[in-house]
Design a protein around this ligand. Structure first.
Ligand code: IPD
Ligand code: CA
Ligand code: CA
Length: 258
């Protein structure tokens, strides 16, 4: 199943790589920051068909459709383009994210950056890989970490906390980064390109695939309150090696206590 999902995702990635954004219809969803392009719709439709062929009994949850709550059993959780504002700006840092979930637990994660032809993937219990090579999180403390973070662009009520925390983390780390794709941020943590990542609210399709990949790469992923991430709802996400993760949670709780 993993290799079939990987093939489907790779093939669909062509739609993103070959897209001409200057000619594309772009719609605003909840705000000017929250975009949906014709390519998001096309990628999702193509994945829907390909994944349904692989596992007809599985539910399909995708960002660009109205979804039913996740039922028990098998379910695909799909972000057709993670990093849509990057895509709409021709920034070339976006990906397709597909998780296969069984009874609310992700068992396969596949994240594909078509611009670099980089395929990150993991199956529960079998390690994490980038284009066939095993990947691992870095074992460093916060002090030596480059920390990626997301700005919760569609939920401005998190803005104050996000930037205050980013400042604190910046003071205690090596540096911070904002790339515009949460799913790739998680894969970058898994592969040691980033040491840590946090965002105060994400949707299941942003982190479902990345969560298996981080865990299989030896990392830890939880909410900022140190609870397991739960695919049935939106939640905060913190990912990194054990040490950096724990040190971030301390920074967060100190911040919260004022
Ligand atoms: C967004 C990206 C972004 C993150 C947002 C996500 P989208 O997903 O992952 O990095 O900050 O919270 O919603 O809308 O590009 O699929
Ligand atoms: Ca997303
Ligand atoms: Ca998306």
């Amino acid at each position: 199943m993993l290799s079939e999902i990987m093939a489907a995702v790779r093939e669909t990635g062509r739609l993103i790589r070959q897209a001409d954004i200057s000619k594309m219809a772009i719609r605003q969803k909840t705000s000017k920051r929250d975009l949906c392009t014709a390519c998001d719709i096309e990628v999702q439709a193509q994945l829907f068909d390909k994944l349904a062929e692989l596992m007809p009994e599985a539910q399909f949850i995708g960002e660009e459709q109205k979804n039913q709550p996740m039922s028990s059993g098998w379910c695909f959780v799909v972000d057709p383009i993670d990093g849509t504002s990057n895509f709409a700006h021709d920034f070339h840092h976006s990906c397709i994210s597909v998780a296969l979930v069984k009874d609310n637990t992700p068992v396969i994660g596949v994240v594909y950056n078509p611009y670099l032809d980089e395929l990150f993937y993991a199956e529960k219990g079998s390690g994490a890989y980038l284009n066939g090579m095993p990947i691992h999180v870095n074992r460093v403390g916060l002090e030596d970490s480059i920390v990626g973070f997301g700005t919760c662009p569609y939920d401005l009520e998190y803005m104050q906390d996000t930037f205050a925390l980013a400042q604190r983390v910046f003071e205690k780390s090596m540096d911070i980064r904002r790339t515009g794709s949460g799913a790739l941020d998680l894969c970058y943590v898994a592969s040691g390109r980033l040491d840590m990542f946090f965002e105060l609210i994400l949707r299941p399709w942003d982190y479902a695939a990345g969560s298996v990949i981080v865990t299989e790469a030896g990392g830890k992923i939880t909410t900022v309150d140190d609870q397991p991430v739960n695919l049935r709802r939106d939640c905060s996400v913190v990912a990194g090696c054990e040490q950096a993760h724990a040190e971030f949670l301390k920074v967060y709780s100190d911040y919260k206590q004022g």
